[in-house]
Design a protein around this ligand. Structure first.
Ligand code: ATP
Length: 269
């Protein structure tokens, strides 16, 4: 990750992004045939993904589509029933220690020790990595310098979210998994975090998001997950074309089957 403290404004065209990020064809993250059931419900059903080095890859899908289960399996936090994962050639289960040093994870429900202060949490997470960013730098990049001595439990929801992003990035990891990156952040904070993600030169990012503007801005490619299966994959432009839609949001609605229903809604019928 870049160690600049100044973040540039995200470029607004995909070609500029591709050039500036300089990703290669080499795969940084490979998932093959990932499957996970909870009881009789198959939440993830044979998901295969290849994310290139240096790429920002978006994972989209309706509520309950299986996104978090998928990224947790990729991160080695949830065991798959079937399938395999490689992160820079490493198996997140077998090579757990090595993977922890190259992977940063921001999960939807950060399970952090609430009585620790922001500074203590950042120091704790720094200790997992061989060459982390500085504590002050990590706090300042998410604008939490003035909250350094505040306990996690005393932060606002958006501040907790920003801290969890700092903890995912503090190790200067080669691969970053971000689940619902900016959910709950105010517009200014969202832009700030987008610029931060754009500044991660040569880092590979897997981003789960419901925010189509975020995906359009940040992602080189994306996949749409529906009922545990990938139903579309490509650049935002390719996805729009596949759906015959003008916007990614329209494409999403078309490809996931018309009016947006959650899986919970479906259960009621
Ligand atoms: N620990 C669990 N035990 C039982 N069922 C679970 C568990 N975790 C997830 N599920 C179920 O698996 C399905 C997929 O959940 P998952 O959290 O992966 O979806 P998601 O796409 O991330 O959803 P959202 O957009 O709402 O966060 C849902 O039906 C959910 O209820």
């Amino acid at each position: 990750m870049t160690r600049r403290t100044q973040h540039r404004t995200p470029p607004d065209s995909a070609p500029a992004r591709l050039q500036s990020r300089g990703h290669s064809r080499e795969l940084a993250v490979e998932a093959r045939g990932l499957t996970k059931s909870y009881g009789t419900r198959r939440a993830v059903d044979g998901v295969s993904l290849g994310i290139r080095r240096g790429e920002v890859f978006g994972l989209l899908g309706s509520n309950g589509a299986g996104k978090t289960s998928t990224v947790e399996m990729i991160a080695g936090l949830r065991s798959p029933d079937a399938g395999e994962v490689r992160i820079l050639g490493l198996n997140p289960w077998r090579d757990r220690t090595a993977v922890r040093q190259i992977l940063g994870v921001q999960l939807q429900e950060a399970m952090l020790h609430g009585s620790l202060t922001c500074r203590e949490l950042v120091r704790l997470y720094r200790s997992f990595y061989p060459d982390p960013l500085g504590t002050d730098q990590a706090l300042s990049m998410v604008e939490l310098t003035d909250k350094a001595s505040t306990r996690f439990d005393d932060l606002s929801g958006g501040q907790m979210q920003r801290l969890s992003i700092a903890l995912a990035l503090v190790g200067d990891p080669s691969v970053v998994i971000l689940d619902e990156l900016t959910t709950g952040l105010d517009p200014r904070a969202r832009r700030r975090i987008w610029a931060l993600i754009e500044s991660l030169q040569d880092r590979t990012v897997l981003l789960v998001s419901h925010a189509m503007d975020e995906v359009e801005t940040l992602c080189d490619r994306l996949a749409i997950l529906d009922a545990g299966q990938i139903i579309a994959e490509g650049t935002p432009e390719q996805i729009r074309q596949k759906a015959g839609a003008d916007t990614l949001e329209d494409a999403f609605v078309t490809l996931t089957g018309g009016p947006i229903t959650t899986e919970e809604d479906d259960d009621e019928h």
